[in-house]
Structures are given as C-alpha cells and as structure tokens.
Design a protein around this ligand. Structure first.
Ligand SMILES: Cc1cc2nc3c(=O)[nH]c(=O)nc-3n(C[C@H](O)[C@H](O)[C@H](O)COP(=O)(O)O)c2cc1C
Length: 209
C-alpha cells in the first residue's frame, strides 16, 4: 500500500477526538494485549523502549489512582473502562542486551550517563504513549489522555518498593519506574463531545527551509 486511504486518516487523526465520556462497553484484556503488540513497533532511540504501561481495569485499581487525579479528571477516569499509566523505566538500559544486541556497548553508554537516561526515557516514553493512542484508534478504541495528576503520588502508589502485590510484572517492585502521563481508553460517547478546537495552520507551525 502506498498510503492509507482517507477513511483510515480520519480514524487515526482527522475525526479522532479526545473523549471525556464513555459508552458502557468493556475493553477485553485480549484487546489490551493486541494494543500493546501493535504499539510496541513504534520507533525509539537505540530501540530503548523505555515506556512501561499499567492498565488499570478494576474498580480497586482505579481507587488507588483517585487521590492523585486533578478534580476535573476524576469522573472521566473512574467511568472509563481502562486507564493506562504511561510510565518510563529509568533502568531501561538493562534491557539493551536484548533490544540492541548488535551494539553491546550501548548499555554502559546509558548506565554511565544519568542525564541521558532521563532525557531518553522521557522523550521516548512520550512517543510510545502517542504510538499507543494511535494504535488504540487503529483498533477501534478511543482515548482520553491526561496530564492533570500528581505524578509523585502515582509513583508512590504504583511504583514504590513493595507495591507489586498482584501486578505479575517484573518492573514494578524496585522503584525506578516514573509516571509520564495517563490515558483513558474505551469506546467514547460521541454525543458528549465539545466542538473541536482548531489547530495551527501550516505557516504558523512549520517552515520549509
Ligand atoms: C498529554 C496530554 C495531556 C492532557 N491532559 C488533559 C487533562 O489533564 N485533562 C483533560 O481534560 N484533558 C487533557 N488533555 C486533552 C486535550 O485537551 C485534548 O487532547 C486536546 O484539546 C485535543 O482535543 P481533540 O482530540 O478532541 O481535538 C490532554 C491531552 C494530552 C495529549
């Protein structure tokens, strides 16, 4: 295929909206696995893949998030079928022997440079969060990203030592994962959308040099 058709561009960008209200339609765990398996192919620098994704589906998990949410984000988050914490692992470089096997020196290059680690983790986990949103749209889901939350509270509640009771994941227990942003996922209620705000025109945002 040379390029996506207009319908696909509408689904991914032009008609895709940010949702605050959700239809009562669940998102199965299998679809979340498929979502990750699509989004994971988005590029990151040196294939570092620093993002970590925590899918909150149960009421109990959502309650753990509630105290960290800005007031305006509570209702939409509590009613969303899934809320994802898009986080980054500051020890992402420990995975580089697997992820970047053709250059074994890359692990130490990061391990010796905490500033580079932080910059790389933040930049690339943000990109991976965007890949996740586009993958969600491609799979027929809707998104509601949020930065209105207390990240220190989220990190303490979900990523501090001893917070991995049932998480079943290897990256939680040791406290080197930090939250970047949140994203509600589900099937959005189009009847509750606000009119769409404009975007910058080409000449306001771009230059051709
Ligand atoms: C990283 C990020 C953080 C956001 N934080 C919030 C938030 O805390 N609360 C909120 O209601 N909307 C939040 N938004 C939603 C934006 O306001 C919304 O995506 C934007 O206005 C575009 O809306 P549209 O997709 O419907 O065109 C956030 C969006 C992004 C991408």
């Amino acid at each position: 295929m040379d390029r996506l058709n207009d319908d696909a561009l509408d689904v991914l960008f032009r008609k895709a909206r940010t949702y605050n209200t959700w239809l009562p339609k669940p998102v199965p765990d299998e679809l979340l696995r498929e979502l990750y398996d699509v989004a994971k192919w988005g590029p990151t620098s040196a294939n570092t893949c620093p993002a970590r994704f925590v899918f909150l589906r149960s009421a109990a998990a959502k309650e753990r998030l509630r105290p960290a949410l800005a007031a305006g984000n509570v209702e939409k988050t509590m009613t969303a079928p899934v809320t994802v914490i898009i986080a980054y692992d500051l020890k992402f470089y420990e995975k580089l022997p697997k992820l970047f096997p053709h250059n074994p020196a890359m692990r130490d290059h990061f391990a010796k440079n905490p500033q580079l680690v932080e910059q790389t983790a933040k930049r690339n986990s943000s990109l991976q969060g965007a890949y996740l949103m586009l993958a969600a749209r491609a799979l027929g889901l809707d998104c509601g990203p949020m930065s209105g939350f207390d990240s220190a509270k989220v990190d303490e509640e979900f990523f501090a030592a001893d917070k991995c009771e049932d998480c079943g994941e290897e990256f939680f227990p040791v406290g080197h994962v930090k939250s970047n942003f949140l994203c509600n996922i589900g099937y959005g209620d189009t009847s509750k959308l606000f009119p769409r705000s404009p975007r910058l025109d080409f000449k306001e945002a771009c230059s051709l040099m």
